[in-house]
Design a protein around this ligand. Structure first.
Ligand code: DC
Length: 237
């Protein structure tokens, strides 16, 4: 039997990956794997253990003991680290910066890529990250690269953090987004770049619903081309 596709969604932070991955997964009844949340879990664990973020061997060592899982609760997806809900703890600005540093280590990446391949191999999944279409699943049937201007992405992140009750400043948030971008795009291992066969969507001027319809149409067309049966939920115009 043909399996459902792997949908890879890459792009910088604040481009709408999380929202759109969640919506697309729900539309097709797929599993949603937030790979950024997995790297964030490593950062939380490293901070709790008081590890030096430049100590690659120690970081790689804790990766082998981490149990990371995603569970759906109502409309929300929760992130569990060793069965404890860390959904909020992984999203602080401090953890964001720390994650950017530790995710540059090849051995940390190798451990996470191994887990991601295990989780996604069966298809019927939406994986979001930075290197899904280039490294984790270069043969993914559907690949997207989401973009938006740094200013717009900073503004979105600012609103998100503010809504969570965190004390944040707009210009500082924009500067942090730019700093993380530079680190993610310029690192030696698995830098953030679009796969050659990715569909690139710039969402700066678009509503979420417009981007979602574009993505769903591409995914549906690939499913049809592969001879997969029509799914009523995924076949909306
Ligand atoms: O998507 P996010 O903002 O939650 O990602 C957090 C950090 O993890 C970000 O600095 C980039 C890094 N990351 C990565 O290197 N590779 C991935 N596949 C996903 C995230």
């Amino acid at each position: 039997m043909k399996r459902e596709p792997i949908i890879a969604i890459d792009g910088p932070s604040g481009a709408g990956k999380s929202t759109l991955s969640g919506l697309l997964a729900r539309r097709f009844g797929y599993i949603h794997i937030d790979t950024g949340a997995m790297y964030r879990c490593v950062a939380v664990a490293a901070q709790r253990d008081g590890l030096d973020p430049s100590d690659e061997a120690a970081l790689a060592q804790i990766c082998s003991h981490l149990e990371i899982s995603f569970v759906r609760s109502n409309d929300d997806q929760r992130v569990l680290l060793n069965r404890k809900d860390v959904s909020e703890a992984i999203r602080t600005p401090e953890i964001s910066l720390l994650t950017s540093r530790i995710s540059a280590h090849p051995r940390v990446r190798a451990a996470m890529v191994f887990l991601q391949r295990q989780m996604g191999a069966g298809g019927g999944v939406v994986l979001e990250g930075r290197d899904i279409g280039t490294v984790v699943f270069p043969d993914a049937e559907v690949k997207f690269f989401l973009e938006a201007s740094a200013r717009e992405r900073g503004r979105r992140r600012f609103e998100e953090l503010q809504a969570k009750g965190l004390e944040v400043d707009l210009e500082t948030t924009i500067a942090e987004v730019k700093a993380r971008d530079a680190a993610d795009r310029n690192r030696t291992h698995a830098p953030l770049i679009p796969a050659e066969d990715a569909v690139i969507i710039d969402s700066t001027q678009l509503e979420i619903s417009e981007v979602l319809e574009q993505m769903a149409a591409v995914a549906q067309q690939r499913r049809r081309a592969a001879g997969l049966p029509i799914r009523s939920d995924g076949d909306r115009p």
